[in-house]
Design a protein around this ligand. Structure first.
Ligand code: B1M
Length: 209
């Protein structure tokens, strides 16, 4: 079994204590941070499928998420090392009612690497909290809203509309997350959509330039 396969199977098994060491071993063997990350993202897709089919339940999903987060912690410096310049501030959060943060954290890491100063509001962030963060931070150029649940997509719409009508300016709103599409983003008045963390960073840099 390759080291990346070992990382994947331990993420799926929710072995949070073992994953960081295996990720480090995978790096030491010369695997790229991107390949290791892609492997862990694939594990979460498998976990989601198992949850959908009733093979596993919320606790197993949570343990896998913790294991992946520990693995990402090891990769973080490799991505952050690529930061070159400051493009302004990006406020990021997962919308109200939604507790999923792995994707949001990856997007935050990649946008940060692209040269933004990140203000991460965490999960379950109300529209008003996003507005408050734009008001209270310097040079906010991007507000990035993540959402993983179809049930919280209306909250994403509320967030975009609140940001657009709050009277503050100088920033663009980007949305993303598994149930979000380009069409949905346009329909709620967002300035941009990105399907994954890498393209979110590229899009953020384009929007700020
Ligand atoms: Co939940 N969950 N979950 N979950 N969970 C999903 C999302 C689900 C698809 C699983 C399934 O049924 N197959 C399903 C949603 C169904 C739907 O709405 N259509 C679901 C459900 C139903 C639930 C609960 C309701 C379960 C319950 O309680 N009965 C509950 C809801 C809690 C809540 O939020 N209020 C719940 C809870 C949880 C845990 C807490 C146990 C845990 C989250 C822990 C955590 O995040 N710290 C969890 C997990 C782990 C998942 C799955 C398995 C994995 C999510 C993940 O981390 N993926 C997920 C199944 C799946 O995704 N296939 C599932 C890896 C991550 C890298 O991908 O987040 O998609 P993702 O991010 C990507 C892109 O989407 C994009 O870039 C990222 C990286 O490339 N992206 C952006 C994300 N945000 C972006 C923002 C951008 C641009 C791109 O611009 C701003």
């Amino acid at each position: 079994m390759s080291k990346i396969e070992e990382v994947k199977s331990m993420v799926e098994a929710g072995k949070a204590k073992l994953v960081p060491g295996l990720v480090q071993e995978a790096i030491n063997e010369g695997n790229s941070a991107k390949d290791i990350l892609d492997g862990m993202v694939e594990s979460m897709r498998i976990i989601g499928d198992k949850f959908s089919s009733g093979e596993i339940f919320v606790p197993e999903m949570l343990m896998a998420a913790k294991a992946m987060s520990k693995g990402v912690d090891v990769l973080k410096p490799l991505f952050e090392g690529q930061k070159i310049t400051s493009l302004g501030t990006c406020v990021i959060g997962t919308v109200e009612g939604d507790l999923h943060d792995i994707g949001k954290n990856l997007v935050s890491m990649m946008i940060g690497s692209a040269g933004f100063d990140m203000v991460d509001l965490g999960v379950d962030v109300t529209a008003d909290k996003f507005v408050e963060a734009v008001r209270n931070n310097k040079d906010v150029r991007i507000v990035a809203c993540s959402g993983l649940l179809t049930t919280t997509m209306p909250k994403m719409m509320e967030t975009v509309q609140t940001l657009k009508s709050c009277g503050l300016s100088g920033f663009k709103v980007m949305v993303g997350g598994a149930p979000v599409s380009e069409e949905f983003a346009a329909s709620i008045g967002a300035d941009a959509f990105a399907p994954d963390a890498g393209s979110a960073a590229v899009k953020a840099a384009e929007l700020a330039s």
